[in-house]
Design a protein around this ligand. Structure first.
Ligand code: BES
Ligand code: ZN
Ligand code: ZN
Length: 487
């Protein structure tokens, strides 16, 4: 897809089809032309409703009102209507709310790229989208002082982050026997090479030397050996240093505490946090942001076998803390514990975030659309939530408290890998992770549980069935915020 920005009036642009966004407010003269036809077809102008007028070469799509979030999902829906049709070029007005506000423009570009995504690698018949060129007209704002450079940057960044999200979706959607730790490391390495990032792959021998025994225990029963991946973007004079840690369970069978079969299906998506970290590294390097960013991914497969780690085992984490295992399906926190320790040993960061499909409890608590945000600093948590919202993701805080903290105490070790209460499982998992954050990073750390939105079973918004790429847009936006000069 090639995007072009122009100040030419939309009428003067040649294209196979025009997309027109309708909100109650912009039902002006131009749309009235088709008002009768739209009414005839029963068009109600409800968000994401589409109407293709083939003979007029116009595709209408409705939004509740013009906002970047609404335009993103409307455009994603509209582009799907054009799949398997022969239109090659689209023209569309910019629908910016204000000549200086470029967020709608970015949302529109993201909508096109995210909406056009399909995962058909394993289909004999591929879906076809013929669209090559998309021209966006800024004509409506011609009389104002337009900052074309800002508009172009918004479009480019939208395209970068949406492509990175699709890249993450591809990794997550790949079946577990085609994407295991070694493959994930290779994907990261290839991306790093293309984007000029540093990439170090830590293999089992070295993981052992680094005393990452909890990660190794989870990995032990799999024929696919684990990897820890370290990606780094190191610009000169960075404005801040950010560390990202991702859970990369290429498959989570539950281990000996085996998942029931219905719960095992979709567990290829347990690598969503790690895959998001790879996607974010791709986006921030393509944007060339003046922020140093390190990505660490714990890539492991959790399986069963004679060699499996067991409930009743006591493991020693990299920082020396002992962990009583009572459920081998609470493996993500074990992998993250060692990966977090390793990341903090390697990099002293201003911010450290971990992203993980960590608990079913997060989904039970807030639903399939929202990530849960935990940590000790309200300032950092609020900032992440703010950027999630701008980016088109949903995120909400879950507060720690001293009572739940006690529920992961163990009679025989320093802590237990599961809580002794049935409730608050997302928070107790977060509090487990806090045990592996050193004093210097306590207020710099935020844990993001993406178990809800990472994998989509019923398509919503700009997300088709399958991996959503959750976390990529919110975190890239946060890092973009750090890169911006302070006012
Ligand atoms: N990967 C799962 C969490 C998960 C569940 C992600 C559903 C996405 C959708 C994680 O490893 C897990 O199994 N957690 C257990 C923890 C429990 C044993 C304390 C869970 O949430 O049930
Ligand atoms: Zn599990
Ligand atoms: Zn898991």
């Amino acid at each position: 897809m090639n995007f072009k920005l122009t100040i030419n009036p939309i009428e003067d642009i040649k294209a196979d089809i025009e997309i027109i966004i309708i909100s109650e407010k912009n039902l002006d003269h131009r749309f009235v032309q088709d008002k009768e036809l739209l009414e005839k077809s029963g068009f109600k102008s409800s968000q994401d409703e589409t109407c293709l007028l083939i003979e007029r070469d116009r595709l209408y799509v409705a939004v509740e009102n013009i906002s970047s979030i609404n335009v993103r999902t409307a455009i994603a829906t509209a582009i799907r209507v054009l799949a398997n049709k022969s239109y090659k070029s689209i023209k569309i007005a910019s629908y910016m709310n204000h000549p200086k506000c470029t967020t709608v423009l970015r949302g529109m570009v993201e909508g096109f790229v995210l909406g056009a995504y399909v995962f058909d690698r394993y289909k004999s018949e591929k879906s076809k989208l013929s669209i090559e060129d998309i021209t966006i007209s800024l004509d409506e704002y011609n009389e104002y002082q337009l900052d074309i450079e800002a508009c172009t940057r918004a479009m480019n960044n939208g395209e970068i982050v949406a492509n990175a999200t699709n890249f993450t979706r591809d990794i997550v959607n790949t079946p577990p026997d085609d994407c295991y730790p070694k493959v994930m490391a290779k994907i990261a390495k290839n991306m790093a090479k293309e984007n000029g990032l540093e990439c170090i792959i830590i293999k089992p021998k070295e993981l052992k030397k680094e005393k990452m025994e909890t990660l190794l225990a989870v990995a032990r029963a799999s024929r696919h050996k684990p990897r820890v991946i370290h990606l780094a973007h190191k610009p000169e004079n960075p404005k801040a240093i950010v560390t990202l840690v991702g859970k990369g369970l290429t498959y989570d069978s539950g281990g000996l505490s085996l998942k029931p079969s219905d719960f095992m299906v979709t567990m290829k998506s347990d690598k969503s946090g790690g895959s998001a970290v790879i996607g974010i590294m791709k986006a921030i390097s393509e944007m060339n942001l003046p922020v140093e960013v390190h990505g660490f991914i714990g890539a492991v497969e959790n399986m069963i076998g004679g060699d499996a780690y067991k409930p009743d085992d006591v493991l020693v984490a990299k920082n020396g803390k002992t962990i009583e295992i009572r459920n081998t399906d609470a493996e993500g926190r074990l992998v993250l514990a060692d990966t977090l320790c390793y990341a903090q040993q390697e990099v002293k960061a201003d911010y450290i975030f971990d992203m993980a499909t960590l608990t079913g409890a997060s989904v039970v608590g807030v639903g399939h659309y929202t990530s849960t945000i935990m940590g000790n600093s309200d300032k950092v948590k609020d900032s992440i939530i703010k950027y999630a919202k701008i980016s088109g993701e949903f995120a909400t805080k879950l507060d720690f408290n001293r009572y739940l903290k006690k529920s992961i105490k163990s009679e025989i070790a320093d802590i237990c890998n599961i809580s002794n209460t049935r409730y608050g499982g997302a928070i107790t998992a977060g509090q487990f992770l806090e045990n592996f954050i050193d004093d210097d990073h306590k207020d710099k750390w935020v844990h993001i549980d993406i178990a809800g939105p990472a994998f989509v079973e019923h398509s919503w918004g700009e997300n088709p069935h399958g991996a959503s790429g959750a976390g990529v847009r919110m975190m890239t936006r946060f890092i973009e915020g750090l890169a911006r000069p302070k006012k």
